[in-house]
Design a protein around this ligand. Structure first.
Ligand SMILES: [Zn+2]
Length: 279
């Protein structure tokens, strides 16, 4: 049953493979990616089939490296009616980059999408590991210079060690002259912010948590933005030896995520970020 608040939420995928994740960067270096088993095609195809079943269009933030290594998949995503957006080329965290490096990576990402045959406008950007933070706001004019009109990378929380803009608005807002920000969705209870936009929070906590929070958000008249990675529905991916907290964050709940996603698609209405922002 579709929840009938009338509010449309935004669905997004960060298109990368299991070995591109920052959490694993201590054990898998960038130069080792070519040697890793590519699992993104079958995982993404399963997600696309679910989207089709529930008539959902999504925004897919494509890592340029994936566009070069699985171009047919990326073309298929566009052909199936989804919005293609940009997730950088090498999964470079903006917090670890100099402006020139960031711009080079962004330009390479856009080139790779055009090279693989993507024809639609590339208006959206999501930073690897949500690294649009107070000290990386210099990246915004660079994004605008390359045609980006919205960003969805700001996590409006203060408790995470690697990202977050604690006082950022919970609703979409103009983050610079040319860029609209769609912050990752949080709801407030008792003055505290609780993320309910997917990823590890979706895998680690019972589905009821996400459902209750998104419902609250929609009841307040706000659209939520949800995100997922293809490797998050893949319990058979290679297991790496990483510290316990990272292991929990990366591997917990992989076998239940696909079923939870289906429940989410049954309970709420989703479309692309571009449509929610009317861009
Ligand atoms: Zn990513």
């Amino acid at each position: 049953m579709v929840w009938s608040s009338g509010v449309k939420n935004a669905m997004s995928i960060d298109l990368e493979d299991w070995f591109c994740v920052y959490n694993l960067s201590q054990v898998i270096r960038r130069e080792d990616w070519d040697k890793c088993e590519l699992r993104v095609v079958r995982n993404t195809t399963r997600i696309l089939d679910l989207f089709q079943k529930y008539n959902v269009r999504a925004t897919v933030f494509v890592l340029g490296w994936i566009a070069d290594n699985a171009p047919e998949l990326v073309r298929q995503i566009e052909q199936r009616g989804h919005e293609i957006a940009v997730h950088g080329y090498n999964h470079l965290l903006i917090t670890n980059a100099k402006p020139e490096e960031f711009e080079r990576d962004l330009a390479e990402a856009i080139e790779s999408l055009r090279r693989c045959g993507i024809t639609g406008p590339l208006l959206g950007f999501r930073a690897p590991s949500f690294t649009v933070v107070e000290k990386t706001m210099w990246a915004l004019p660079i994004l605008a210079k390359h045609g980006i009109r919205y960003d969805s990378s700001v996590f409006p929380v203060g408790f995470h060690p690697d990202y977050g803009v604690p006082k950022a608005s919970l609703s979409p807002f103009r983050i610079s002259d040319d860029i609209v920000e769609f912050p990752l969705t949080c709801v407030e209870y008792f003055g505290k912010r609780f993320p309910c936009s997917g990823g590890a929070y979706f895998r680690l906590l019972p589905y009821l948590y996400t459902k209750t929070c998104i419902r609250k958000c929609n009841n307040e008249g706000r659209s939520a933005v949800f995100y997922l990675h293809p490797w998050e529905i893949d319990p058979d991916q290679p297991r790496m030896d990483i510290p316990l907290t990272k292991r929990i964050r990366h591997y917990y709940g992989l076998n239940k995520t696909e079923r939870k996603l289906e429940r989410l698609l049954q309970d709420f209405q989703f479309t692309t970020i571009r449509e929610v922002l009317s861009l």
